[in-house]
Design a binder for this molecule. Structure first.
Ligand SMILES: *Cc1c(COP(=O)(O)O)cnc(C)c1O
Length: 379
């Protein structure tokens, strides 16, 4: 292997079990496995989430729903994103439930003419998808409930600032949604009411309703890009690359395109087999660090498509074939997706989603290899 993302499915299981304990027996957990399970592999992540107590899954596209079904996942499944006619047929073929927020969405369902479980989304302040007008959203519920072969299955919203304890929008959104959900429930008992992403799930039991939709926390990352330890979350992913070569560098000699690193002392440079085609970002001026032999070593020079240079130091004993940890632990040192996100001026979400398709995903259960997308079961 040149570069690998090692994913501990047992960590995903434990994170979901923690979320399930947090919400209690009366609230279901819907694990969000969109974007290939935030880069962790959607099918193995879904399987682990179900083992941890999730009874629903959510994705954004119809294609993502198809991938889960082809992977043998038969849990209740919600497609969160907008769907054109073709997408809608694919989602329904996958026996997924779907979301609408306007009459055009219901018209499309009527036109397609197939049985469908439908959730109505109220926009309580995110300002993107969802119906802004609570009365119109209520009318949509009534229309769906009285239109065969449609079934009104859920009533939902999405929070914009649940990860920010100082922002007042969260409370406003929660209030607007609660009032509307009460109306929906009165008219349509049995509808599944849901609102909470990871941050809201961890922040406020009043946001739990019938079902929560955590994503980032499932993977053991922190919804506010802080230390995942603060909620007892366990990062499931490690990102590890091989050192392909180690060579001495004299003072004045440089590494990489554009000579962005020039040695100011004799040192040893390792060439690590991960580049921007694998998801290591080139743009930042702070090139960052990796872990080698239990110590932090700086990236030396520009990130190129397939590799990076690292300054191992004059006394380094590393040899080709040794590993460099981009995300994960090595000895007492640790680099989290949150650390990488902070350095890049972004968030953990984007860091793991950006790990490229060229990076092998290897799934294990606390160190024991399991069958995953790229690790077909032997025998
Ligand atoms: C992505 C998404 C979630 C999960 O959000 P996290 O912050 O990752 O927990 C929940 N609901 C909707 C509608 C989403 O798009």
């Amino acid at each position: 292997m040149r570069v690998v993302a090692r994913i501990n499915v047992a960590a995903i299981e434990r994170n979901v079990a923690l979320l399930k304990r947090t919400v209690g027996a009366d609230t279901a957990v819907c694990a969000v496995v969109k974007a290939d399970g935030y880069g962790h592999g959607a099918v193995p992540a879904a399987r682990a989430a179900i083992a941890g107590g999730a009874t629903w899954l959510a994705v954004v596209t119809a294609g993502e729903a198809t991938v889960l079904r082809r992977g043998g996942i038969d849990a209740r499944l919600l497609v969160l994103g907008p769907l054109d006619d073709e997408d809608l047929s694919e989602a329904l073929d996958a026996h997924a439930q779907v979301v609408v927020w306007d009459d055009e969405g219901v018209d499309r369902l009527v036109r397609v003419g197939r049985p469908a479980d439908v959730h109505v989304k109220l926009d309580t302040g995110m300002g993107r998808l969802g119906q802004r007008d609570a009365q119109v959203a209520l009318d949509l519920c009534d229309r769906i409930a009285t239109t065969t072969p449609l079934r009104l299955s859920g009533a939902m919203t999405h929070f914009a600032t649940a990860d920010d304890p100082d922002d007042e929008l969260f409370g406003l959104q929660l209030g607007r949604f609660s009032r509307w959900a009460d109306d929906v429930r009165r008219r349509h008992p049995g509808v599944v009411v849901h609102a909470a992403n990871s941050a809201a799930t961890l922040r406020d039991p009043a946001a739990h309703f019938d079902l929560v939709r955590p994503g980032i926390a499932v993977y053991g990352m922190d919804p506010a890009n802080e230390d995942p330890d603060r909620h007892g979350l366990e990062p499931a992913l490690e990102w590890i690359a091989r050192i392909a070569s180690v060579k001495p560098l004299e003072p004045g000699e440089s590494v990489g395109y554009g000579r962005r690193f020039v040695a100011d002392r004799a040192t040893r440079i390792g060439t690590v087999s991960a580049g921007y085609a694998d998801g290591v970002r080139r743009a930042p001026t702070d090139p960052g660090e990796v872990l080698v032999g239990g110590r932090r070593v700086p990236v030396a020079g520009r990130v190129s498509m397939d590799s990076i240079g690292v300054d191992l130091g004059p006394d380094a004993g590393e040899r080709p074939g040794d590993t460099a940890v981009l995300i994960g632990r090595d000895g007492d040192e640790r680099i989290t997706a949150e650390d990488v996100g902070r350095r890049l001026g972004t968030i953990n979400y984007e860091v793991t989603c950006a790990i490229g398709p060229r990076v092998l995903r290897e799934h294990h259960r606390d160190g024991v290899r399991v069958a995953g997308r790229d690790a077909p079961a032997a025998g």
